[in-house]
Design a protein around this ligand. Structure first.
Ligand SMILES: Cc1cc2nc3c(=O)[nH]c(=O)nc-3n(C[C@H](O)[C@H](O)[C@H](O)COP(=O)(O)OP(=O)(O)OC[C@H]3O[C@@H](n4cnc5c(N)ncnc54)[C@H](O)[C@@H]3O)c2cc1C
Length: 417
């Protein structure tokens, strides 16, 4: 393999993993990040769940109806800010088409392929470097109603087909797994995935940044790439009116990737779907969760992060500012209060919002583009942390001319023709 000079644009968890694996493959790597550290945007406040067993697209059978039923409730998992943004409505149209059962099965299988691989790669990194990033083991889905249990059936069937270890549990069994789970909130059932896990994504990204720096990766913070252009066999990119060039460039700029790619004729239907997190110090440890949970009815995750509890989720469409919407914070507090009322004071939590770089169908886009030596690692949506390590390794393999260990069908730009 020839050593290349490679620039990775974006220092979220995806860019950091990409830079690490490129360096490990023997390349000379720089990572360019607009902000002052890694994992400051979507990768900062996410729920931390690494659940490849249950990774799935938001475009799922029954979802349009469920979302409509929530739109006018005061505590809801989905918020819609009225907007005439044509990109949003185009995205929604594409998303609706992907809610068909056949499309759901294809998209879920593709996502699961990269997520299961990613969990193994993450485990290898953890073991090799003895990483500690507040990880917990096990993932419990909570279904408040029979309707939620029914809606989970297509995904359940696929768990069995894919030999993913899982167990349907009743309310009593769920409380054996999570003894502090409140008895006052009705629970129709649960699904336990013992091999899924959770962990602090920015803590991991910072640790991997340190390791990558030790391998020679140079990090340029406070540097925004404003354009990219092919330059013979190389690729040039512009920062602060200065041009730089590399043998290859990997765009891993989260939601802002479209701004860099569109002028090159690479159009991807990425849309920012805003989410929220509330992080609170645990006040009673015996009343706190041990591992990660998902309130499937509200699509809100509850994660234990060391001495803190994080409640995160929500989907707000049409808002691109970091403003905190009171209704979203109410929903997060409700989920915390409903399941672990005495664990923390949710009203005094630290609140955060960030946008998921979402594609309408679900799986990310990895690998080459029509521009020679320009690669992408984008569109990881609501499960980017769960897919980061595997996506980084796949990208490094492709750039190095090696065949990735997983089948790339449906995970590349080719799926948009
Ligand atoms: C509320 C919420 C909960 C979530 N929960 C989970 C979860 O439990 N599990 C899970 O797996 N995923 C979860 N996610 C999704 C996950 O956080 C994202 O998929 C992931 O962080 C995306 O990583 P990224 O590196 O692509 O993007 P980002 O983290 O956004 O990183 C992109 C980086 O690129 C930089 N950048 C952009 N443009 C430029 C430029 N022109 N020049 C230089 N730098 C640039 C940005 O500053 C940023 O640092 C959640 C997301 C949200 C919002």
């Amino acid at each position: 393999m020839t050593q290349k000079q490679i620039a990775v644009i974006g220092g979220g968890v995806i860019g950091v993993c990409t830079a690490y694996f490129l360096a490990e493959a023997g390349h000379q790597v720089v990572l360019v990040e607009r902000l002052s550290n890694v994992a400051e945007k979507a990768s900062f406040g996410n729920a931390g769940v690494v659940a490849p067993g249950y990774v799935m697209p938001w475009a799922a059978p029954g979802m349009p109806k469920k979302i409509l039923s929530y739109l006018f409730k005061s505590e809801a998992p989905v918020l819609l800010k009225p907007t005439l943004d044509r990109a949003l409505w185009r995205w929604v149209r594409m998303w609706l088409a992907e809610c068909e059962i056949d499309r759901f099965r294809i998209n879920k299988a593709r996502m699961q392929r990269i997520a299961l691989y990613s969990r193994d790669v993450l485990g290898q990194l953890r073991q090799h470097y003895q990483l500690e990033y507040e990880q917990t083991q096990g993932y419990l889905q909570l279904f408040r109603t029979e309707l939620d249990v029914q809606m989970a059936q297509p995904a359940l069937a696929m768990l069995a087909e894919n030999n993913v270890t899982h167990q349907m549990v009743d309310a009593d069994q769920a409380r054996i797994i999570e003894p502090a789970l409140s008895k006052n909130t009705p629970l129709a059932g649960g699904l336990y995935l013992p091999n899924d896990e959770a962990g602090n994504c920015p803590l991991f990204a910072k640790q991997l940044r340190g390791i990558a720096q030790g391998m020679g990766v140079e990090f340029y913070f406070g540097s925004e790439v404003t354009s990219i252009a092919p330059e013979g066999n190389r690729i040039s990119f512009r920062i602060d009116e200065r041009d730089f060039s590399a043998d290859a460039v990997v765009v891993a700029a989260g939601i802002d990737s479209t701004r860099l790619l569109a002028p090159l004729g690479i159009k991807v239907p990425l849309y920012p779907i805003k989410g929220y997190a509330a992080t609170a110090a645990i006040r009673n440890y015996e009343d706190a969760p041990n591992g990660a949970l998902m309130d499937e009815s509200f699509k809100v995750a509850i994660t234990r992060m060391g001495s803190r509890i994080r409640i995160a989720g929500m989907a707000e469409l049409g808002s691109t500012t970091p403003a905190l919407h009171a209704a979203a914070l109410r929903t997060l507090a409700k989920v915390g209060e409903d399941w672990f009322p005495d664990a923390a004071n949710y009203n005094t939590a630290n609140f955060w919002s960030g946008v998921r770089p979402m594609l309408p169908d679900g799986p990310p886009l990895l690998g080459a583009t029509p521009i020679k030596n320009l690669y992408i690692n984008i569109g990881h949506g609501s499960t980017g942390w769960a897919m980061a390590a595997g996506s980084g390794l796949v990208l490094a393999d492709i750039v190095s001319g090696r065949v990735p260990e997983i089948d790339m069908d449906g995970l590349t730009l080719a799926r948009y023709g």
